[in-house]
Design a binder for this molecule. Structure first.
Ligand code: IVH
Length: 667
């Protein structure tokens, strides 16, 4: 492909990908399936890599994020980012209306819009390109998070239509509830503190140093405020409609209101309907529509006189505390849970509420039989916010945190400065052992196909496994002896265990389930220190010298590797052939088994990510092809491969192989 052809193809691919992104994320009417989209994207990335002179900051390929760490630059806001004054009652809204009417004689309209509960952002566009994205910060200056913002598919990198040459647009970055639930499940699984609410999760994500992790979190954005000179309209709502035509995602639930009654109708309607939205809202913002009148009314020191936020009341109910139970997590952390008299709250029956830790119980001064108020606010899991002291019976017994593990009776410990109590019996406490096994076999860890938590439970109960190294000693007969386990399933598990010996070191490290060593930390450690021996022997300073590894994580790593049982476990796993170092490029490349072969990968894979497979091909001397042709030697087919691609490969007589067969080629 010559330069001219590459330029044309890149241009074509960028336009197509932008169009499909817009159709999918903004209009919700996708024209092509994910797989075809990924193929187009892979082709674009390949071409941009081969022809770096065509780099463009607004290319859709920039949305994938990168592993490069970024220190955020502080940037001064051109227009201050003020907040809104809050009201909690309709009377206060009425007072706001009266205040405004005292300041102007002219007739005007309001606009009511949803108040999104996320993290606010200011985007600057110049000549149709996103040039900067800055967080609110202290209102005067904020962090430049452009690289992270580019990963959000609903934020256009390049505008369409008739946009002003220079303007700012503000909005809210949101983490949809569905992503939040999943994210918190994953965090809890790996012993990380779950995010308390979607707002924290959204702002925490925006501040991540690694934009490829941000990309994986699937943030969304609604824009609600256009600022600049020579804007195409005086009306705020009309400006938002213009912004929609330039490619921005604007809430469709914004409405013009002419009087208080219409405003109240909007408040009542959305107090109910908001519960069905996929993202969090915490109120309604009422704004004067005319931007000219907005300017005339101006600002107080803190907020505009032309707008006000009406906050929804978090739903509360009162019920009785029956008992407190204690759950033991994989890392031994004890979580107290309140068992309540069932009560209806926001449309669901609530029977349990989280109490988080011992401090929460103490601060509430909780007694059994107490009448308590439960609330479901931004948080998904209800919590107890208050105790009705007046109705407490004098004989109610104070809730005192347990001193021994409810599962294995070991005395609990608490580290200084931490709120959680732990059961220290890591190698003997059943839920910890089972939790560790489940974590080890998980998709993001060793990805042992065919083994689920039920089988783990059976193996554990039958004393066939106690720790993760025992998995590799399992024989076919051990598995077949289990209830409902056929020969085929047993063989699948054994194959899968065999294959897991190829799982890269960083995932093995994550799979060990060391407290606070999540996916990102494991990756960092593996890449910096390269082998388990160096990690095991690293001094505190060496560990804390690595980016994103603080004192707490470093201490936890040291404690883990000082434990004799853990040392033994590593030795046993080493003997089983698991990867405990980053395999150097030369070592892998030495086979040159794939030399001269043009290989294309397609679909999603079980053992490795697409990037890992591509690297594997290159390291073994092969070439990653970007499109199928008669010159392609192999098509490595994963799940969900498109039928047309498969058909083409067959027609061209290209060998279609699996991920495992690819690995075998290098043996
Ligand atoms: S307008 C001059 N509209 O609420 C103020 N803000 O306390 C311009 N927010 O910092 C903001 N939804 O993060 C506006 N539809 C909406 C909003 C909204 C959420 C947030 C925003 C702002 C805070 C106000």
């Amino acid at each position: 492909m010559d330069l001219q052809q590459a330029a044309e193809r890149i241009e074509f691919l960028r336009k197509e990908l932008d169009r499909h992104n817009y159709n999918y994320y903004i209009l919700n009417t996708p024209e092509i399936d994910d797989f075809t989209f990924d193929q187009l994207m892979a082709e674009l990335i390949g071409l941009e890599k081969a022809f770096p002179r065509f780099y463009h900051s607004a290319s859709p390929s920039q949305r994938i994020g990168s592993d490069i760490n970024q220190e955020f630059q502080q940037v001064a806001h051109k227009y201050q980012m003020l907040s809104l004054s809050n009201t909690y009652s309709e009377e206060e809204v009425q007072e706001f209306d009266q205040r405004v009417r005292k300041l102007t004689d002219e007739d005007f309209e309001y606009v009511c819009e949803l108040k999104f509960d996320g993290s606010s952002i200011s985007l600057t566009y110049e000549n149709g390109y996103l040039v900067r994205a800055v967080t609110r910060g202290d209102g005067q200056k904020g962090d430049d998070v452009t690289a992270n913002i580019k990963t959000i598919k609903t934020i256009p990198l390049q505008l369409k239509g008739d946009y002003p040459p220079e303007f700012e647009i503000r909005g809210e970055i949101l983490l949809p509830f569905s992503v939040f639930d999943q994210l918190n499940r994953e965090r809890e699984e790996i012993g990380e503190q779950p995010f308390a609410n979607v707002r924290n999760a959204a702002s925490g994500t925006l501040k991540l140093q690694n934009s490829s992790v941000v990309a994986s979190r699937k943030l969304d954005a609604y824009l609600y405020y256009v600022l600049g000179n020579n804007l195409p309209d005086d009306g705020h709502l009309e400006l938002l409609q213009h912004a929609a035509s330039w490619g921005f995602k604007i809430s469709e639930h914004t409405r013009k209101c002419r009087n208080l009654q219409e405003i109240f109708d909007f408040l009542h309607e959305w107090n109910i309907k908001r519960k069905d939205l996929p993202v969090a809202t915490d109120g309604v913002v009422i704004k004067i529509n005319s931007t000219r009148l907005q300017q005339e009314l101006g600002y107080t020191a803190k907020s505009p006189r032309w707008a006000i936020a009406y906050k929804f009341k978090a739903e509360q109910e009162c019920t009785t505390l029956i008992s407190v139970s204690y759950q033991v997590g994989r890392t031994g952390a004890i979580t107290p849970v309140a068992n309540l008299e069932p009560v209806l709250l926001s449309g669901t029956v609530v029977k349990r509420a989280t109490l988080h830790n011992a401090d929460v119980i103490q601060n509430l001064d909780l007694h059994l039989g107490d009448v308590v108020f439960v609330e479901k606010g931004g948080e998904i899991i209800p919590k107890i916010i208050r105790v009705d002291l007046a109705s407490r019976h004098p004989l109610n017994e104070r809730v005192s945190f347990i001193t021994h593990c409810p599962e294995c009776n070991t005395p609990l410990v608490r580290q200084e400065g931490e709120s959680a109590w732990y059961c220290p019996n890591e190698t003997g406490c059943p839920p910890q052992l089972k939790g560790k096994l489940e974590h080890f076999i998980g998709r993001k860890s060793m990805n042992i196909d065919g083994l689920g938590s039920e089988t783990i439970d059976l193996l554990f109960q039958n004393k066939l496994i106690n720790d993760v190294a025992d998995l590799y000693d399992l024989k076919g007969d051990d598995l077949i002896s289990l209830d409902r386990m056929g020969e085929k399933s047993a063989a699948r598990i054994l194959d899968s265990l065999e294959l897991s010996r190829n799982v890269p070191f960083e995932r093995v490290l994550f799979a060990l389930g060391i407290r606070y060593v999540g996916e990102t930390v494991a990756k960092k450690l593996a890449r910096e220190l390269k082998s388990i021996d160096r990690i095991a022997n690293a001094a505190l300073e060496e560990l804390t010298g690595i980016e994103e590894i603080g004192q707490k994580i470093a201490e936890s790593i040291i404690i883990w590797f000082n434990n004799d049982q853990n040392k033994l476990l590593i030795e046993r796993l080493k003997k089983q052939g698991l990867k405990f170092e980053i395999v150097s490029e030369q070592k892998l490349g030495a086979t040159e088994k794939l030399k001269g072969l043009s290989i294309i990968i397609s679909g999603t894979f079980k053992k490795f990510s697409r990037d890992e497979i591509k690297t594997f091909i290159e390291l073994n001397g092969g070439k990653n092809a970007t499109s199928l042709s008669s010159k392609t030697n192999y098509l490595v087919a994963g799940d969900n491969i498109g039928p047309s691609k498969l058909g083409k490969a067959i027609k061209l007589k290209i060998s279609v192989i699996s991920e495992d067969e690819l690995l075998e080629l290098t043996n």
